[in-house]
Write a protein that binds this ligand. Structure first.
Ligand code: A2P
Length: 311
């Protein structure tokens, strides 16, 4: 069985989930098949989003899998261009998924956009604080068990915690051996916010339409230390990276549409401290560190949306 973490709401979340971002919106039947394969392999945690454009297919996979809804931890997310209509967008997601509740509802990004996808300058309504208050109100409907955020920096979380009542159950951010986000993780842990690591394999598959924003190279999967740990335990380098993620107390949500890799990604190991120490230092090697300028680096036009790596 896949180990669980407990959220600050008391609900349990499986430490590994299947990620449903397919590189561009959609995925349709591919996502449906991926979720079915994952559920059959023993996954009980699916991470999707309104913005992934595949909630209908995730819902269909759940219904047709034969796995009872209440055994599955289901996450979806509020898109940027719906911050002004949280309740309506949430209901839309529920109906696309065809479920009567979700386990976790996340604010996908701290940045609101207009309906026609223009960023709304920082500080203008709806601010992420206003949006969060509308998400808090969803808890009273009984249709969402926990709420959280995604892509939030410490700086933004400080504002959120100061100005609102409910502490997010999770902050879902990119996290892997080349981007361990040590400070953010510690800050969140101290406040009961669980980190969910997206792209826990360091984005080996390049995202289309974002040329130059990252090189797409799976650097740590080729790293000699990662490989030697993998060989020692008869694991793949990906399993080593995912084991590291879970062992350090983060949820990991690798996406894979390959049945063998789907199965592989839930067979993880409790790594000894010495291996954890080696893996903790991978990002310190020359050329291995990726720091993401998270969304507190306000861009010139006053928006907080950004996607920039420092090398
Ligand atoms: P594939 O779907 O062909 O398995 P993300 O960063 O969105 O989580 O994407 C993960 C990427 O890593 C996908 O491109 C996926 O490709 C690949 N991947 C998933 N599991 C493994 C694995 N065990 N070994 C190598 N690559 C993997």
């Amino acid at each position: 069985d896949i180990p669980y973490f407990t959220l600050n709401t008391g609900y349990k979340i499986p430490s590994v989930g299947i990620g449903c971002w397919m590189g561009s919106p959609g995925g349709g039947e591919i996502v449906e098949q991926m979720c079915k394969t994952a559920l059959q392999a023993g996954y009980r945690h699916i991470d999707t989003a309104y913005g992934y454009g595949n909630e209908e297919f995730v819902g269909k996979a759940i219904r047709e899998s034969g796995v009872p809804r209440e055994e599955i931890f289901l996450t979806t997310k509020l898109p940027n261009h719906h911050h002004h209509k949280v309740k309506q967008s949430f209901e839309e997601s529920l109906s696309k998924l065809g479920v009567d509740y979700v386990d976790l509802y996340l604010m996908h990004w701290p940045q609101a956009f207009t309906e026609d996808n223009k960023p709304i300058p920082y500080g203008q309504s709806p601010t992420f604080v206003e949006t969060w208050k509308d998400m808090e109100a969803l808890l009273d409907t009984g249709k969402v068990r926990s709420i959280g955020v995604s892509n939030f920096s410490i700086k933004l979380l400080e504002v959120l915690l100061r100005e609102t009542d409910v502490v997010p159950a999770t902050n879902q951010v990119e996290c892997h051996p080349c981007l361990p986000s040590v400070d953010l993780k510690l800050w969140c842990e101290q406040r009961g916010i669980l980190i969910t690591a997206y792209s826990p394999l360091g984005r080996p598959g390049e995202l289309p339409g974002r040329p130059g924003e990252f090189d797409g190279k799976p650097v740590f999967l080729d790293d000699p230390d990662v490989k030697s740990i993998a060989e020692k335990y008869n694991l793949s380098p990906a399993q080593v990276a995912l084991s590291w993620g879970v062992n350090r107390g983060t949820v990991v949500i690798p996406k894979s549409q390959n049945p063998e890799r789907i199965k592989q990604n839930i067979r993880l190991l409790d790594l000894p401290d010495e291996d954890m120490a080696t893996l903790n230092e991978i990002h310190l090697k020359p050329g291995m560190h990726r720091s993401l300028l998270r969304y507190h680096e306000y861009s010139g036009d006053g928006t907080i949306f950004g996607w920039t790596y420092e090398q």
